[in-house]
Design a binder for this molecule. Structure first.
Ligand SMILES: NC(=O)CC[C@H](N)C(=O)O
Length: 201
């Protein structure tokens, strides 16, 4: 941001659908940079953890020496938004991870990977998201996780009809089990950019 008023958003670009996030963010007027190295992370006002495969993102972030800087950035209050695999990566604890799978943590939740199993790999539904107001959000779930347990520091922003939580917020952290970056509904990204601007102000 550095005086320009234009937020600079990093998109973790190790694996997954980081390009789709970059397109949405640029459409909203943000500067977008791919983050693959600690130096790139140090220069951003906010960070997106994209969808993809959380176990691969975990391994690559450790291999590239990014896991510790990412944890420090989250702990220092950097606004971070994780979608799907990114929500898994941001969770304090996960169930049904692969052997040895780690997360960055920060969000006070337990997230279950691949919660909808092979019979319902992908589906779409409309969700009420009161914090965004207006029309329901059309949500696309792709081998999606759910929030099994919401800790006291986290708040649910949206739930499925059966009550399972699929969007959460905790201070500067935001997570969705679905993929707003593929639907053309920019409200979650706009909400995140508001957080980034408030944090930088
Ligand atoms: N669309 C996604 O990001 C899928 C997440 C994936 N199932 C994982 O465990 O990381």
């Amino acid at each position: 941001m550095a005086g320009s008023g234009t937020p600079r958003i990093g998109v973790l670009a190790l694996q997954g659908d980081f390009r789709e996030h970059a397109i949405v963010l640029r459409g909203l007027g943000a500067d977008v940079v791919n983050v693959r190295r600690p130096e790139e992370l140090a220069a951003v006002d906010g960070l997106i953890l994209p969808g993809g495969e959380s176990s691969v993102q975990d391994k690559l972030s450790r291999t590239f020496g990014l896991a510790e800087p990412l944890k420090q950035a989250i702990a220092s209050g950097l606004p971070v938004y994780g979608t799907c695999a990114g929500l898994i990566f941001l969770a304090d604890r996960i169930t049904d991870g692969i052997a040895g799978q780690q997360t960055l943590g920060g969000l006070d939740v337990v997230v279950r990977r691949n919660a909808f199993g092979s019979q319902l790999d992908s589906f779409e539904t409309d969700l009420d998201v009161p914090v965004l107001g207006g029309e329901p959000v059309h949500a696309v779930f792709i081998r999606a996780p759910v929030v099994d347990t919401l800790g006291p520091r986290a708040t649910a922003l949206a739930s499925l009809a059966d009550g399972r939580v699929v969007a959460v917020e905790q201070g500067n952290l935001l997570g969705t089990a679905f993929h707003p970056e593929v639907t053309g509904d920019i409200r979650f990204h706009a909400y995140f950019l508001d957080k980034v601007r408030a944090h930088a102000a």
